[in-house]
Design a protein around this ligand. Structure first.
Ligand code: AP5
Ligand code: ZN
Length: 217
């Protein structure tokens, strides 16, 4: 099983990928996470990517494809991969098809998470996470019960992504529509595309995805 999750910022790609990973023993591969790790480590790719990500633009295909290829060379990926936030351009989609074909594989399903743009700006600007346990919060929708203390683990170490401000989110949405949304047609032409209403509650979206990955459940 190799899944592609397509959708604009805030559609729930990461949230759903983590759930599918647990349920089906697949590996979540998020190019956003890999790039943020490269930025944190100060690698050459990370240095080049930092300013681009803070603007809300797409990092170059060259950097992203190289990072992805390295990650896919690791053994755990043989179990099957959930591609979260990759591919985002036509060149990336072609590179992915070629990489999988080399290993005798292919994309089993591409899922387009369909959402409303205005709601996405609101969902993403305002979110923050607990650095100790990873619990997610939101300024308006989900504040910690006690101000500045994580409900889950008691830590006060909260983090915000530098690209989760209204201005950058708007640019991320523009990049999605200009460069990534056309991939919906790419996967539709291959006969592997399914659209899912991702405005529904998180559990309902998970059920739809589970039914696509394993129609027997
Ligand atoms: P990336 O890290 O991929 O960010 P993104 O695509 O903007 O996606 P997000 O992580 O913001 O959202 P998500 O869809 O995962 O939603 P989540 O589950 O977190 O990319 C960041 C940057 O890296 C890019 O801008 C680019 O510069 C660069 N980059 C990455 N990959 C690249 C590539 N392939 N090529 C070039 N550049 C690349 O959910 C969001 C929030 O909503 C959470 O708070 C969650 O709890 C909540 N939520 C989720 N689902 C629901 C629901 N159904 N109802 C209510 N709330 C929900
Ligand atoms: Zn916590």
């Amino acid at each position: 099983t190799n899944l592609v999750l397509l959708g604009p910022p805030g559609a729930g790609k990461g949230t759903q990928a983590r759930r599918l990973e647990e349920r089906f023993g697949l590996v979540q591969l998020s190019t956003g996470d890999l790039l943020r790790a490269a930025v944190a480590q100060g690698t050459e790719a990370g240095l080049a990517a930092k300013a681009v990500m803070e603007r809300g633009d797409l990092v170059s295909d060259e950097i992203v494809i190289a990072i992805l290829r390295d990650r896919m060379a690791r053994d755990d990926c043989r179990a099957g991969v959930i591609f979260d936030g990759f591919p985002r351009t036509a060149a990336q989609a072609e590179a992915l098809d070629a990489l999988l074909a080399e290993a005798g594989g292919a994309i089993t399903a591409a899922i387009s998470l369909e959402v409303d743009d205005a709601a996405m700006v609101e969902r993403v600007s305002g979110r923050f996470t607990c650095a100790s346990c990873g619990e997610g919060y939101h300024d308006r929708f989900k504040r910690p019960a006690a101000e500045d203390i994580c409900d889950n683990c008691g830590s006060s170490d909260f983090r915000r992504r530098p690209d989760d401000n209204a201005e950058t989110v708007a640019q991320r949405l523009r990049a999605y529509h200009a460069q990534t949304a056309p991939l919906i047609a790419h996967y539709d032409a291959k006969g592997v595309l399914t659209g899912v209403d991702a405005m529904a509650p998180i559990d309902a979206v998970s059920e739809s995805l589970t039914a696509i990955v394993d129609p027997a459940t």
